[in-house]
Design a protein around this ligand. Sequence first.
Ligand SMILES: *Cc1c(COP(=O)(O)O)cnc(C)c1O
Length: 638
Amino acid sequence: MAEWSIEEAEKLYGVSRWGGGYFTIGENGNVHVTPVPADPSIRIDFKAVLDEIRDEGVQFPVVVRFHDVLRSQVANLNTIFRDTIAEAEYNGQYHGVYPVKVNQMREVVEEIVDAGEPFNYGLEAGSKAELITVLALNTNEESLTVLNGYKDEEFMKLALLGRKLGRRIVVVIEKYSELTLLVKTAKELGIEPIIGMRSKMTVKGRGKWESSGGERAKFGLTIAEILKAARYLREEGMEHCFKLLHFHIGSQLTDIRSVKEAMTEGARIYAELHKLGFPLDYVDVGGGLGIDYDGSASTNESSRNYNMQEYVADVVYGMKEVCDQEGVPHPNLVSESGRAITAHHSCVITEIVGEIRSDMAEVDTTPVDGEHVFVRNIRELCETFDTQTNMQEVFNDASQWKEQAMDAFKLRVLSLDELGKIETLYWRIMIRLRDYYSTADYVPEEIQGLDYSLSSQYLANFSVFQSAADTWAIDQLLPVVPVTRMNEKPDVNCSLVDITCDSDGKIDQFTVGREITDILPMHKLKKDEPYYVGLFLTGAYQDVMGDMHNLFGRLNEVHIYSYDDDPQDFYIEEVVKGSSVQDVLEIMQYNPRAMASDVKRMIDRQISSGNLNPREAVKWTDFYENCLSGYTYMKTRS
Ligand SMILES: *Cc1c(COP(=O)(O)O)cnc(C)c1O
């Protein structure tokens, strides 16, 4: 067996490249978590977390949340803004807000609000339901609440209620007609609003979300509309309410150049408005701060060519430069980073429950009298070729014979037994070809596909649609690695398939080394030892966007807090139960209680007709009811 080390594992799985300082591979080959990078003495072995989850009887798959990671990210962003502002001698302050749409879970939002308290970190809402949420949660009068999204009169009234409660609520106008509605509602109620305007930017972010910018952007006012709106406010005697300029050019900005360009454009608009007699207090630069999902630190779609520090510097210095040139005051800066705050704090842990491979079963291929010439041919090929043979020809012949064999089978010339033999021999040849080419300098194109066709599919107990929606919807790449055994040389090439009855329910995009590939090296499954795979960086969007395809519901959640005095450095603060079968059925308008009594009635009928004895019948009734209240995922061990 070749050499293997933690360094090799790190090269292959890139854990510290995408881990953001929170995840590494420990000496023992398990994922280790450093939830507070500033305090590396706290180090959690993920295996210990999994053991405790199992001991507590929590079923997999689970979402594991590291609350300290969330807190660390909030502190990071705010501290970096503060430090950069001081260093740049920038005269405004930073008033960040967390956009709740990125992860609206109560525990997540509460933790962010709590960790953000010393920084007066606020919240952003983009719908009525989100506004109702943030009204109750954000009680810090110094922090901002920013309202984006399309708004009706009720929405405006809720915002004005917030003003009455003494809160700094900014209504951002997304389209012109919202302004007249807001002015009318505010005047009727006699409450003064704080108004922001979202500018439609000409600069586009690059990557998957680039349509958030440009002329066809769904949100925002054109320059002409902003001018018209500002003058309208002046006519209404409300120009002093216009306090914020907003822009957002898209999520996951991959290239720092778009941040720089947006800053210049936004700062120029701010400065000109100032000169026209509209002295705004705030410029809100939106979200977009990216995450390095593939660890390449590049402009790949799932990466970004900058870090948080560089992003903040471009925002602060970009604004300062334009303001100083124009001779206008530095505005307070607002940003709405959601992905960057939440992505790292949670992950999905799933257990591999099986392996699917085309070459798994073999039949006896010893020659028999009167067998078909196809079987004889492919056997001869299999037995005679060696390194001196033209391998390309072997591949072509074997593939052709297998195809012809299928045709012959359909024409009733070959028997099922003979077809089985041909299949077995074919895969034996392919395995040898793959092994031969694994050390070759040049690999023909057809042969390159062999790695994939000979790879295993590891069946993972989860649903892509519930837990990793963006990998399916927009081909987003998420880091996927085994949580343990990384000190062993991986010996199986795999892709992952989930347990939904949908061929799209799979993950076949991975970062391996420096490349993005369709197979991930993993480890052979052992009989008595569960093999856990983690999907990391699922805290932004994935956590909350999933659906119930095939009626697989929400996952059990385990909330981890670090605790230095504990021998393992952590404790489970809370287990939030995922959906039961009953829960998901109720959402789909079923009545589980009625269903249970219907089934009981059917069982009772079988007793009357003598097909079931009463004792057995009671057991079946209980069994059905237990399943109804049980977890929607596969039960792997009791
Ligand atoms: C979605 C959204 C955000 C969050 O963007 P991230 O890239 O996740 O930081 C911020 N602002 C607005 C207006 C949004 O729609």
